[in-house]
Design a protein around this ligand. Structure first.
Ligand code: COA
Length: 178
């Protein structure tokens, strides 16, 4: 594994100069062949996230490197097959840059995303009880990273355009307090 921590940088909270530096690093990220079917282009996803008030895009930083991106979105849990939109944060647009995959960072970033979501709930005084996502059934790396981060498979979801998905949820119960 090698690296034992990640830091989530909230792009919404950065000033314009700091954000531009992060966007440059995101533009340089890449996927491994075949992974494009599981996630969109990182820069486009982050820019779309910044343009929509419900979305909170983050850079996954590790060892001084921008190693990945993820977005937390409010009011959209149904997009992952959750029965309602508002009782969970949606984790979407999650990737680790190809040069940093396979070192445990995906697992650490998914864990950190739950903590970031818990803090957003406290800050917004909203009602989410955890984080939900959907992962393609043909994406074992994603499923494994989420499972190791404490996400539980809650069933099959057929709503996506890229084939059958698993809906996965992790409750805030048991997450570290603020
Ligand atoms: C999914 C992803 C974020 C995982 O990131 P990562 O940093 O490589 O993950 P980790 O190093 O924490 O490894 C997590 C698990 O995936 C496994 N794994 C990693 N690459 C794999 C691969 N190509 N095939 C199968 N399993 C793989 C690891 O062995 C590990 O499993 P284990 O804990 O049972 O040993 C990364 O592969 C990625 O960005 N993929 C493309 C985008 C994507 O699929 N995003 C998720 C959309 S829901």
């Amino acid at each position: 594994m090698g690296t034992d921590w990640v830091w989530l940088i909230p792009l919404r909270d950065l000033d314009a100069d700091a954000r531009a530096i992060q966007l440059g690093a995101i533009a340089d990220m890449s996927l491994l062949p075949g992974q494009e079917r599981f996630v969109g282009d990182p820069l486009r996803m982050v820019l779309a996230g910044l343009a929509e008030v419900s979305r909170h895009p983050y850079v996954v930083e590790s060892g001084g490197n921008a190693a990945g991106v993820l977005t937390l979105q409010a009011g959209a849990a149904g997009l992952a097959g959750w029965p309602d939109d508002n009782s969970a944060w949606l984790l979407r647009g999650f990737l680790i840059d190809s040069r940093h995959q396979g070192k445990g960072l995906g697992t650490l970033a998914a864990t950190a995303a739950v903590e970031a979501a818990r803090k957003l709930t406290a800050r917004h005084q909203s009602c989410e009880s955890g984080v939900v996502l959907s992962v393609n059934e043909e994406n074992p790396a994603g499923f494994s990273a989420y499972s190791r981060a404490g996400f539980v498979d809650t069933g099959r979801y057929l709503g996506g355009s890229a084939g059958p998905q698993r809906t996965m949820f992790r409750s805030f119960a048991g997450a570290a307090p603020a």
